[in-house]
Design a binder for this molecule. Structure first.
Ligand SMILES: [Fe+2]
Ligand SMILES: [Fe+2]
Length: 256
């Protein structure tokens, strides 16, 4: 047996051990959604049957995942930022950059929320997912701009000093060509009345204009208060068309 195969086998064993330990500690079996399994390149069947066989008497997790921070009963946007989101500093730095540049509150809010999907939900097509997630709670202009920023990021606009991001060359390679639907979205957005709002997201989409600066939500509380309508029932429980998306973020491993 080659060393490579041995190493692969031991990784698989490690994963099994981890799963066992998790089930012991949680006293519940955790099932992974198809998307989580696909992220590991796995299109195989769900593990429900084998897990039941292995752990007779144990049931699947249907409530809060004890490995994740508990969320309030009526969570607000900032609760999600605190208990579920990663990468908030990027959002805050973008928001601060827009604030310092004297942008209006629509643009500042759009900058603050533009990558909300990446931090707590899904990266692929993040502009679309992010826009959808907040659509019922912000103006149409804000969600439109967030949806469009995904495509606009790939296309320079010299009129506002926005070049193709060097980071994208690093991330995707110098020869990367965007998908057709991204180019189409860019071309449509270019003629839209809110093009410049979306374009401003890209201008202020700064990864770390000051890497040592930790920005807080404090300067944005009032702006978000005016531009993000919190449902009184809490995000996830207001019966809006996207409530289920917030609930999935609260309980990502709920069996059904
Ligand atoms: Fe983005
Ligand atoms: Fe960004």
């Amino acid at each position: 047996m080659t060393e490579a195969i041995e190493r692969k086998k031991s990784l698989g064993e490690l994963a099994d051990e981890l799963e066992e330990r998790m089930i012991d500690e949680l006293d519940r079996m955790v099932s992974k959604s198809a998307l989580f399994r696909m992220a590991d390149g796995n299109l195989g069947p769900t593990q429900s049957g084998p897990l039941h066989k292995k752990h007779p008497g144990k049931v699947f997790l249907m409530g809060d995942d004890p490995r994740l921070p508990k969320m309030p009963a009526r969570p607000t946007l900032l609760d999600f930022m605190k208990y579920r989101s990663r990468g908030n500093n990027h959002l805050l730095q973008s928001g601060l950059h827009a604030l310092n540049a004297g942008m209006n509150e629509t643009t500042i809010t759009a900058c603050l929320l533009h990558d909300i999907a990446n931090g707590m939900f899904i990266k692929a097509d993040h502009g679309y997912w992010g826009a959808q997630l907040i659509e019922p709670y912000v103006t149409e202009e804000i969600s439109w701009a967030i949806r469009a920023h995904q495509a606009l990021r790939f296309f320079p606009d010299e009129s506002v000093g926005y070049p193709y991001p060097e980071l994208y060359v690093k991330h995707f390679g110098a020869d990367y060509v965007v998908d057709d639907y991204v180019r189409d979205a860019y071309e449509k957005a270019r003629d839209h009345k809110w093009y410049m709002t979306a374009r401003m997201i890209t201008v202020h989409d700064i990864y770390s204009f000051d890497p040592n600066k930790q920005v807080t939500w404090d300067p944005f509380i009032d702006i978000l208060g005016r531009n993000f309508k919190e449902p009184k029932e809490g995000l996830g429980y207001d019966n809006s068309p996207v409530a289920h998306m917030w609930r999935t973020i609260i309980r990502p491993t709920k069996y059904l």
